[in-house]
Design a protein. Structure first.
Ligand SMILES: *[C@@H]1O[C@H](CO)[C@@H](O)[C@H](O)[C@H]1NC(C)=O
Ligand SMILES: *[C@@H]1O[C@H](CO)[C@@H](O)[C@H](O)[C@H]1NC(C)=O
Ligand SMILES: *[C@@H]1O[C@H](CO)[C@@H](O)[C@H](O)[C@H]1NC(C)=O
Ligand SMILES: *[C@@H]1O[C@H](CO)[C@@H](O)[C@H](O)[C@H]1NC(C)=O
Ligand SMILES: *[C@@H]1O[C@H](CO)[C@@H](O)[C@H](O)[C@H]1NC(C)=O
Length: 684
């Protein structure tokens, strides 16, 4: 590197340094720009602070009954005159402010831009004096104070025009000129748009003094509006007597009992030139929605929100609890074995659409029966709701029910499973489209079955009962064979339902008085005497059923005084010589097979004999109905003869029974007795 190059570099550096120094010193003297006050040189007085995000806050809307002045001055002195005798320089300033009161109706005094001889305003008082002047120095020319006030209180004693005005004050709070806060919109000086100073939003102010023209202008505009072409205030005044050689510039406000925040967001100033425009995007943000809505949020919003959330929570819990209760089931450990047979109450609830009355199929002695469709499998079901109030015996009963659920026969209604709730048992069966047989027999003439249909049903029920008695690894006594317990499927096949249910009534009663279960007219005499249900008692009931189907009459007609007992009546018809066919259902008209009707009536009577030993077995009954065995041969096989049949008048056995006459054939009646027996007996 040669000497010449080094000299050139040093020379260059010197020029740069001189330039930077000159620039720095001139900037310091003639002006400044603050987009926010984070790194500003300000002298603060009173409660004025720079907030962490760079706002200059002269006063805060906060409870403080001490009314004091608050000031903020730019620390450096500004030269306003070349010498003591010279005239005042031109200057220009621009700032963004916001007045945010706690309550729009009551606000603090407002604020002012000030040019003062010191970095403070000693003796400045609050209220109408805006922290600048006091009672004794107000209006005194020795003050040397210029102020541009943004006044939000109407104080007539200082000649305020209203409570929302801008004014130019020289040495006192009585403005030299003032105007309601407003700005000129595009289109000239004529169109003024009002502004509310204490609205809580940032606004811009320009103050321009022309030293040669001797005129001071004040312009106001909302933050989002660019500088209006015409000023709001324009006052011809020579500030030379007001200004000293060096002055300080700043802001003043005062606290008051009407809590108001006074903010300055940004500020630029320049002597002998235009104040630099502020970069609005760099200005610090005002506290959200000012100070005003915050306490409301806290005092009203937060409690409301909490109450709302709490109610939602409570309602949620209640809903959850009620839902849980609604679908609550009783499930004990021993039942886990029956898993596949166990139904969810919720599924049954959905299937039956909440056990609606529209889904009610009928009401029987054991409870209500509802129609339904299982949600996932779409299988049609019938749900029998049985209320039981005893815990005792339920276990055995469920065991039996579940074992019965394994029975499968085309003439037996399949038990699909069960569900248990508190005090309630729900049994789920295959749905039988055509309902129970009795409505076809007794609701006539609305619906009637032809003889061939009836005969098919009879043969079906006989086959079903035979299966219960002999077709399974255990003997099952039905205990309640009757027309209303015979259900018809889609093809009008007769299917036995409700087997085993009679057993339920044995549970939950004390050991000494138990019940004979069955239906009046179907109960074999020995059953009412001993309470013992056997295959023979089922055959007796089946006999009554045969007569019922063939004659279209109930086994006991409670309303008629004579011929109340069906067996007696059929027997007397036969004896009268008119022939047994006279007993047939008149609704059959001529449409029947004579041999079949005769067979059914005679077989019905053979089954209805009072002596159990003389009754045929279900196997013999089926053989007879199929025509494999002649009825005469059957009688001789049983050591009885058709003409010598013996019937015990049904009333005989009822002496010690509590009888209520059936109002509906669906009713099942109970009678007191002493012995209980399981529906499942071990022998065959
Ligand atoms: C109330 O005002 C006084 C005087 O300016 C000040 O010292 C005090 O800190 C203020 N209190 C509050 C809570 O702002
Ligand atoms: C008013 O302010 C001046 C200073 O400007 C001070 O000397 C004077 O004591 C003050 N008077 C009152 C009543 O506060
Ligand atoms: C103005 O203030 C000065 C000094 O504070 C005082 O001497 C003078 O009497 C005051 N003038 C009036 C009119 O109050
Ligand atoms: C603007 O404010 C002035 C003074 O407060 C009032 O007389 C005038 O009616 C207002 N104009 C509008 C448009 O509100
Ligand atoms: C003040 O306003 C008047 C009228 O709009 C204008 O003629 C003048 O130039 C303005 N002076 C300054 C210093 O802005």
């Amino acid at each position: 590197m040669d000497f010449l190059s080094l000299a050139m570099i040093l020379n260059y550096l010197h020029i740069v340094l001189v330039f930077l120094h000159g620039r720095a010193s001139s900037a310091q003297k003639t002006g400044f720009t603050f987009n926010g006050f984070q790194s500003s040189k300000l002298e603060l007085e009173g409660v004025a602070v720079i907030t962490p995000n760079g706002l200059l806050r002269l006063t805060e809307a906060k409870e403080n009954l001490t009314e004091t002045a608050s000031h903020a001055f730019y620390q450096e002195p500004i030269q306003f005159k070349r010498s003591t005798g010279g005239s005042s320089f031109s200057f220009s300033t621009m700032f963004v402010f916001a007045i945010v009161p706690l309550d729009q109706r009551f606000t603090g005094p407002g604020m002012a831009f000030v040019v003062a001889p010191q970095r403070s305003l000693p003796g400045g008082q609050p209220r109408q004096y805006l922290g600048i002047f006091n009672m004794s120095n107000n209006g005194n020319a020795t003050n040397h104070v210029l102020a541009v006030e943004l006044d939000t209180v109407h104080t007539p004693e200082v000649k305020d025009i209203d409570k929302n005005h801008v004014g130019i004050d020289i040495n006192g709070v009585v403005s030299a000129i003032s105007a309601p806060a407003a700005y000129h919109t595009e289109g000239g000086a004529g169109k003024l748009k009002n502004l509310t100073l204490k609205i809580g939003q940032a606004m811009q102010v320009w103050v321009d003094y022309d030293g040669t023209e001797r005129r001071i202008n004040v312009t106001l505009a909302p933050l989002e509006v660019s500088r209006p072409s015409a000023p709001l205030l324009s006052l011809a005044v020579d500030l030379t007597p007001v200004m000293k050689e060096t002055m300080y510039v700043g802001f003043s406000s005062a606290t008051s009992q009407f809590y108001t925040s006074h903010y300055i967001l940004g500020w630029s100033f320049r002597v002998n030139g235009h104040a630099q425009d502020l970069d609005i995007s760099k200005l610090p943000k005002l506290p959200r929605l000012g100070k005003m809505p915050a306490p409301k949020m806290l005092t009203i919003g937060v409690p409301l929100l909490s109450i709302f959330s709490l109610s939602i929570l409570i309602f949620g819990l209640i809903y959850h609890y009620r839902r849980k209760m609604k679908f609550a089931e009783v499930l004990e450990e021993w039942e886990l074995n029956y898993g596949p047979h166990r139904f969810k109450y919720k599924d049954l609830y959905i299937a039956t659409r909440g056990f609606r009355d529209q889904e009610l199929l009928g009401t029987g002695g054991f409870g209500r029966v509802y129609r339904g469709t299982l949600p996932t499998s779409k299988i049609d079901i019938a749900v029998k709701r049985i209320s039981h109030d005893s815990r005792q015996g339920v276990r055995e009963f469920i065991a039996e029910i579940v074992s019965l659920g394994r029975l499968r026969h085309r003439n037996i209604v399949t038990l699909l499973g069960y569900c248990r709730r508190k005090g309630e048992l729900l049994l789920v069966y295959d749905y039988m489209q055509n309902g129970s047989l009795d409505k076809y027999l007794f609701n006539q003439p609305r619906i009637t079955l032809t003889w061939s249909q009836r005969f098919r049903v009879i043969k079906g029920v006989a086959a079903g009962l035979l299966y219960l008695h002999e077709g399974w690894d255990q003997v099952v006594i039905h205990r309640d064979v009757k027309a209303s317990n015979v259900l018809l499927d889609a093809e009008l096949n007769g299917r036995l339902g409700d087997f085993g249910l009679a057993r339920l009534h044995d549970h939950g009663t004390d050991l000494h008085t138990t019940h004979v279960v069955g239906t009046l007219g179907y109960l074999a005499p020995e059953n009412t005497r001993t309470g013992k249900a056997t295959k023979a008692t089922d055959v007796y009931a089946f006999g009554a059923f045969l007569l019922e189907v063939a004659t279209g009459r109930r086994p006991i007609e409670p309303k008629s005084t004579t011929d109340a007992i069906l067996v007696d009546w059929v027997f007397s018809c036969w004896r009268r010589g008119g022939g047994i066919l006279e007993a047939r259902d008149p609704n059959l008209k001529g449409d029947f097979v004579v041999d079949e009707v005769e067979l059914v009536l005679k077989l019905g009577m053979v089954c209805s004999q009072s002596e159990p030993k003389l009754r045929p077995s279900m196997r013999q009954v089926v053989q007879c109905l199929d025509g494999d065995v002649n009825i005469q041969d059957l009688c001789s096989l049983l050591n009885t003869c058709l003409n010598g049949l013996k019937f015990t008048s049904q009333e005989e056995g009822f002496d010690d029974m509590v009888i209520s006459y059936p109002s509906s054939s669906n009713q099942t009646y109970l009678a007191s007795s002493y012995i209980t027996e399981s529906i499942i007996s071990d022998g065959r």
